[in-house]
Design a binder for this molecule. Structure first.
Ligand code: HEC
Ligand code: HEC
Length: 348
């Protein structure tokens, strides 16, 4: 958007009103508990542009761009009927969830899943405690009580990690014992073959069921560890450099999938615009294919915070495949340079 094209009057009043609101809100903050205050701070950084500071519709600068999309625009979070109609856990689940393909009938039919692509997830950006403090803040917006027992939740995650650790230990021991037994049997069979003069004898490869149990236990343990660790601390990742070379056919397929994911799974258009359509939180992406390099885009999508710690773009929980597809799609965005000649400016 070109600010100079807007009349200054349009900007002065919102500014005056914002300062007034800021003053009122900071006045109220004196009565706020520490956790809610934390929630307010995070909300102002990551949520306010779409939901408005007070949660009212039409207040955030990005609200208007969301009101003409295929998903509903943000609800009024300050509506007092929310106090009874929605539980703390529901608010949590809307903020912290996996992004799923909202065109998939299974996702559409799942009543327990909050399937709105234009509401990003913060599961991979914030710690669980921070998300609970956001829930507290949202509660304060509509005057509802926050009753969720956060401490019990921490204990639950701790207990889950403990039992997963135990399970992994047991599975490791069982596998070691099974391997030892197998090796002894092989040795015995080889000795018997040698005694019988069978020179071509080769022991059969035996698959141990304990291996699969061990793999499962390791996966479960890794998940439990991540859940426990990201309770108090923001999730961290390392992204290794991808090899993005593909054949032309593969690329065409990736670009198609990437476009679908852009709109239906990750709701990138809620923050970025293409041809003037879409959100205003991030830069327009019409020329992303010229400006940005594939490897950089891939890494940015996988873990934006690894490149810019406090960026407002959340980590949306990409896996390798989806990141490759969306990277390929962004590579196709090669709109011509906007015409900045005097003629076109005058004719507008
Ligand atoms: C890019 C815009 C955008 C951002 C950023 C955003 N939201 Fe949303 N939010 C939406 C949209 C769109 C919806 C879906 C419409 C709806 O049901 O309210 C939504 C829904 C919600 C809901 C669910 C209300 C319901 O329907 O049950 C909650 C709670 C919520 N957002 C909280 C947050 C919080 C907290 C943050 C910041 C951590 C945040 N949102 C950031 C756009 C956004
Ligand atoms: C909640 C808003 C939000 C969502 C959702 C979001 N982005 Fe962003 N994005 C941003 C912001 C803000 C920046 C600017 C980065 C910065 O400086 O912090 C950005 C930057 C980028 C950039 C770098 C642009 C440049 O010119 O440097 C790319 C590429 C990008 N986003 C792609 C995506 C894609 C693809 C998606 C969907 C998978 C997506 N974004 C979802 C907010 C968002």
């Amino acid at each position: 958007m070109n600010l100079s094209q807007q009349s200054w009057r349009q900007w002065v009043w919102p500014l005056v009103v914002s300062f007034g609101l800021l003053f009122m809100v900071n006045g109220c903050a004196m009565f706020e508990d520490e956790e809610t205050a934390k929630g307010r701070k995070i909300y102002r950084h990551y949520c306010m542009h779409c939901h408005g500071e007070s949660g009212k519709q039409g207040e955030g600068f990005n609200w208007d761009s969301l009101s003409n999309m295929e998903f509903p625009p943000p609800k009024d979070l300050s509506d007092s009927s929310m106090a009874d109609s929605i539980a703390d856990e529901d608010i949590f689940n809307a903020i912290s969830r996996e992004m799923k393909d909202t065109a998939d009938p299974k996702v559409v039919d799942d009543v327990d899943y909050f399937g709105v692509a234009t509401m990003p997830t913060f599961k991979y950006t914030l710690s669980e405690m921070e998300i609970w403090s956001l829930v507290r803040y949202v509660r304060s917006l509509h005057g509802g009580d926050f009753t969720f027992d956060v401490n019990a939740r921490r204990q639950q995650l701790e207990a889950e990690l403990e039992s997963a650790t135990q399970e992994l230990e047991t599975a490791t021991q069982a596998l070691e014992a099974a391997e030892e037994k197998r090796d002894e049997e092989i040795e015995a069979a080889e000795a018997a073959a040698e005694a019988a003069g069978d020179e071509d004898f080769e022991a059969e490869e035996i698959e141990l069921p304990e291996e699969e149990i061990m793999t499962q236990a390791a996966i479960k343990h890794k998940k439990a560890k991540l859940a426990f660790e990201s309770f108090a601390k923001r999730p961290k990742m390392t992204v290794s450099r991808p090899d993005l070379t593909v054949s032309d056919e593969e690329r065409a397929e990736l670009e198609k999938t990437g476009k679908h994911l852009y709109f239906n799974k990750y709701g990138c258009n809620s923050c970025h615009s293409l041809e003037g359509q879409g959100g205003l939180v991030g830069p327009e992406l019409d020329r992303a294919g010229f400006r940005l390099n594939d490897t950089w885009v891939y890494k940015w999508l996988m873990y934006p915070q690894g490149i810019k710690k406090h960026t407002r773009m959340p980590n949306l929980g990409f896996d390798d495949q989806d990141a490759r597809a969306v990277t390929a799609y962004l590579g196709t965005l090669r709109a011509p340079k906007p015409d900045k000649s005097i003629d076109s400016a005058v004719s507008e």
